[in-house]
Design a protein around this ligand. Structure first.
Ligand code: PEP
Ligand code: MN
Length: 371
């Protein structure tokens, strides 16, 4: 299967502001009443940084029996919000009926939720329902950290004719999410960017953080990694929200957060400082490559020793000991365990390959190095 995407998109997007500033999407997790929607939207409208109003209309929860969204009546409220404030509106759609109703009520932008992106049947159903329209669609990452599923959802929508697409990074369910509700796995931003170049990427710090006090750190991190915007759940009275109460902020809380984040200056380049830092990265990367080269050379010599002494290439005790030691050393200096494990898995796999080659071609005795 090809891992690179073949997306046909247009440069102009309704989702982005068109300028250098990140897009801010705000609004409640769920539409609860017309009053709640209008009060929230009126406050948000006062903040020039907010351009899109969000609200969940259909809210199937992890377990049934809780508040499951107000349904179609919420779309009428959303229409009133749009008429009164002029904010663009967006809702989550998960099936054909949702798409049809959202289009009927003039919603400006749709989004596909994390629980839907995991399921290609559902994504295809949404794509088919959208055929012939040109409404912008934002795709949240799947709940599980599977970049191909995320990419696949973009491709299904694109093949149905949707060209105004965006990604929303909302974190992943992993064995240990702490302290987050959903682990950000920041490296996935880079991965999806290289697979889907040119597609705007927004971050949803609310669903990553799961709690108000982490929103600032998560948002800051996302902006530093070049996120094109933020989707932040905002409720006129978060403590009594019918869903996701602990992660929602008030409109004035959002105002404070956006001010601390200093969106404007995030985007102002500081060329000299940036150049210095990039030179440092270039230097460190060369050192890294050199160390990897030297390590491969030693690994080859170990392979020759094993072959000469009839030892097995793979020795599980040694590998176990090595990886535990490296993870501990990494932890001691504050490096992410998953990241370090992935690097050593790759290094170890490469070493085994080198030694296999030594065993397969006993005549070859040249070292990896150029000596
Ligand atoms: C939401 O945005 O309210 C939502 C349900 O998000 P997610 O799909 O990221 O869980
Ligand atoms: Mn929510």
């Amino acid at each position: 299967m090809s891992t690179t995407s073949n997306l046909n998109t247009v440069a102009k997007t309704k989702i982005l502001n068109g300028g250098p500033l990140p897009t801010v999407i705000a609004g409640p997790c769920s539409a609860e009443s017309e009053e709640q929607m209008l009060q929230t939207a009126r406050e948000l409208k006062k903040d020039h940084r907010v351009s899109i109003f969000r609200a969940g209309i259909w809210k199937p929860r992890t377990r049934p029996g809780m508040f499951e969204g107000v349904g179609t009546v919420g779309l009428e409220w959303l229409q009133t919000v749009k008429q009164e404030t002029g904010l663009l509106t967006t809702v989550e759609v998960a099936n054909t009926q949702h798409v049809e109703e959202a289009l009927k009520y003039g919603v400006d932008i749709l989004w596909v939720g994390a629980r839907t992106t995991v399921n290609p049947f559902s994504v295809q159903e949404i794509a088919d329902a959208l055929r012939g329209t040109d409404i912008p669609v934002m795709v949240k990452n799947p709940v599980n950290p599977d970049i191909q599923l995320w990419l696949g959802a973009l491709e299904r929508l694109n093949q149905a004719g949707i060209t105004d697409l965006a990604l929303i990074h909302r974190g992943f369910s992993t064995p240990s999410n702490k302290p987050y509700r959903n682990h950000p796995k920041w490296q996935t931003i880079q991965e999806i960017r290289s697979l889907a170049p040119g597609i705007p990427l927004l971050c949803d710090p609310s669903h990553i953080a799961g709690r108000r006090d982490l929103l600032e750190t998560v948002s800051q991190q996302a902006l530093r990694l070049g996120a094109d915007g933020l989707m932040i759940e905002t409720h006129i009275n978060p403590d009594v929200a019918l869903s996701d109460a602990s992660q929602q902020v008030t409109p004035s809380g959002l105002d404070k957060l956006l001010t601390v984040l200093d969106l404007e200056s995030e985007r102002v380049a500081q060329p000299e400082q940036l150049q210095d830092l990039r030179s440092l990265i270039d230097k460190l990367d060369h050192e890294l490559l050199n160390v990897l080269f030297l390590r491969a050379d030693v690994s080859k010599r170990i392979g020759e020793y094993k072959r000469a002494n009839a030892l097995d290439i793979y020795q599980s005790g040694r590998w176990q000991q090595l990886i535990e030691n490296r993870l501990k050393a990494a932890g001691d200096i504050g490096l992410d365990e998953e990241f370090v494990r992935a690097i050593f898995d790759a290094i170890h796999g490469f070493s085994l390959g080198i030694q296999n080659e030594v065993f397969a071609n006993p005549a070859v005795t040249t070292r990896v190095s150029q000596e």
